[in-house]
Design a protein. Structure first.
Lengths: 319, 74
C-alpha cells in the first residue's frame, strides 16, 4: 500500500446527483484510493463503486464510469468519471492538506465553546445560557463527539443552532472511520458532516483578524506544510509553547508574532482555559464545556476600549 | 544572525560547519527546544547554546570558535 503522504487529496463538487461532493485520493501514478461520496446518496452503491475502483488506474476506469445515467442525465459513477477527467485536464487541483473556512462577517461578540464530548444535555443547557449573551456568532473549537451515545444528536444540534464548528481530533477520526477506541456508532450522514468540517476557522472581530483550530492532529495530516497559511501560528502554539504552557519561550514567541497573519489565535486541544497577550497577539485556550459542575464558554467582545475576553460559566447538574 | 556567521573570514569558515534553523518550521522549533533556548536570535556551538537575544561581535565569535577548535585539536 502506498504511503499516505504520497497521495494527493481531491474534492469534486458534483452536479445533478445526491451527494454534493466526491472525495478521493490519487497517487502520482494516477492510482485511485479512498473514494467517498459525501453528503448524501445511496450508501450501498457508493461503497460498492469506491471498493471496485480502489487501487485501479484512473485512466483505465473512466470509460466504465462515464455515461451511466440515474437522474439529470448523470449519476454518481458518471460524476466520478467527470472528476477524473477534470484531474486529467488540469481543471481539478489537489486540495490543501487542511481545510480553512472564513467567517466573512466582522463580529463584535463571539462565543467560543470547547470540547462537548458528545454530551447533548450539556449542549442544550449551554445554548440556553448563551442565548442571553446576544452573541453574533458561536464558534465550536473542540471535539463535538466523544465516547457517547448522543454523538448523532450533538452533530444535529450544531446545524440547528447555526454553530460554526471546526473538527476536533476525535471528530476527524470519526469522519475517517478511524475511531481509536470503541465508540458509539455515528450515522453516515453525520460522519459526512464531520468530514466536511474545516480544520481552521478564520474570523474577524472588530478590525482584528483571528484564527481558531483544535490542535496538533492537523500537523500530522499528510502533506502538511510549515509554510501554508496559518501553519506558522499552529506551529508556534503546538510546538514552541506547548499550547502556551511553557512561558519560558514567550520571548521567542514574541519575536515570531510579527510574521503572524492574525492578531488572535484560539485553540482547544490542551483543554485548559488560557489567555495570554504576547507580542500584540491574543492567545486563547478554550477549555472543555463541562467541568466541575459548571458549563463554561468564552466570550470575546469588541468594545470601545478594545477586545475584552472573559470565561463565563453557569451551574449544571446532570440528571 | 545567519548573515553575521556567513560574514566570518574564510579561514574561520573552514573550521566550522554551519546549520541554520528556520523557526517557522517544526524542525527548527524542535532544534530550538533541544538547545533549551528561550529567545531569538540564538547561536549554539558544538550543540551548546552560547548566545541568546544578541548577535555577538565578529571578534568575539571568531575568538570563541578558535578557542574551541584549539581545545579539540591540541
Amino acid at each position: 500500500m502506498e504511503q499516505n503522504n504520497e497521495l494527493e487529496n481531491y474534492v469534486f463538487h458534483t452536479r445533478g446527483v445526491c451527494p454534493p461532493e466526491i472525495h478521493f485520493r490519487l497517487s502520482r501514478e494516477g492510482t485511485i484510493h479512498q473514494v467517498r461520496f459525501v453528503g448524501g446518496g445511496c450508501p450501498g452503491n457508493a461503497l460498492l463503486v469506491a471498493r471496485l475502483v480502489d487501487g485501479k488506474p484512473m485512466n483505465a476506469i473512466i470509460e466504465y464510469l462515464s455515461g451511466i445515467e440515474c437522474r439529470n442525465a448523470t449519476s454518481c459513477p458518471d460524476q466520478l468519471a467527470r472528476a477524473f477527467a477534470a484531474v486529467k485536464k488540469g481543471d481539478l487541483q489537489p486540495t490543501a492538506t487542511f481545510k480553512v473556512v472564513e467567517d466573512a462577517d466582522p463580529r463584535d461578540r463571539i462565543c467560543f465553546i470547547g470540547n462537548l464530548d458528545g454530551n447533548q444535555e450539556v449542549l442544550t443547557t449551554l445554548m440556553h445560557a448563551v442565548k442571553d449573551e446576544r452573541v453574533h456568532a458561536i464558534y465550536s473549537v473542540g471535539n463535538l463527539t466523544g465516547l457517547s451515545e448522543q454523538n448523532d444528536n450533538v452533530v444535529s444540534m450544531i446545524n440547528k443552532h447555526e454553530i460554526q464548528a471546526i473538527a476536533g481530533q476525535l471528530d476527524w477520526q470519526y469522519a475517517q472511520g478511524n475511531e481509536a477506541v470503541p465508540a458509539a456508532p455515528l450515522s453516515l450522514k453525520h460522519r459526512d458532516i464531520l468530514l466536511r468540517l474545516p480544520q481552521v476557522l478564520a474570523f474577524q472581530i472588530g478590525d482584528q483578524k483571528g484564527m481558531a483550530f483544535y490542535g496538533r492532529y492537523i500537523q500530522d495530516l499528510p502533506g502538511y506544510s510549515d509554510f501554508a497559511p496559518f501553519s506558522l501560528e499552529m506551529n508556534m502554539v503546538c510546538d514552541l509553547t506547548r499550547f502556551m504552557k511553557d512561558e519560558s519561550v514567550f520571548p521567542a514567541l514574541e519575536a515570531m508574532t510579527p510574521q503572524f497573519s492574525v492578531r488572535l489565535v484560539v485553540f482547544s486541544e490542551s483543554g485548559d482555559w488560557k489567555h495570554h497577550d504576547v507580542g500584540g497577539v491574543m492567545f486563547l485556550g478554550i477549555g472543555s464545556v463541562y467541568e466541575n459542575g459548571f458549563i463554561h464558554w468564552g466570550l470575546l467582545e469588541n468594545t470601545a476600549g478594545g477586545l475584552k475576553y472573559q470565561v463565563r460559566k453557569t451551574p449544571f447538574n446532570p440528571e | 544572525m545567519a548573515e553575521s556567521v556567513k560574514a566570518l573570514p574564510n579561514e574561520i569558515q573552514e573550521l566550522i560547519e554551519v546549520s541554520e534553523w528556520d523557526m517557522r518550521t517544526r524542525k527548527g522549533v524542535d532544534r530550538f527546544r533541544e538547545l533549551k533556548a528561550r529567545s531569538l536570535p540564538s547561536v549554539a556551538l558544538d550543540g551548546a547554546l552560547l548566545y541568546e537575544s544578541l548577535i555577538p561581535g565578529q571578534e568575539e565569535l571568531i575568538a570563541e570558535i578558535e578557542r574551541r577548535f584549539k581545545a579539540k585539536n591540541p
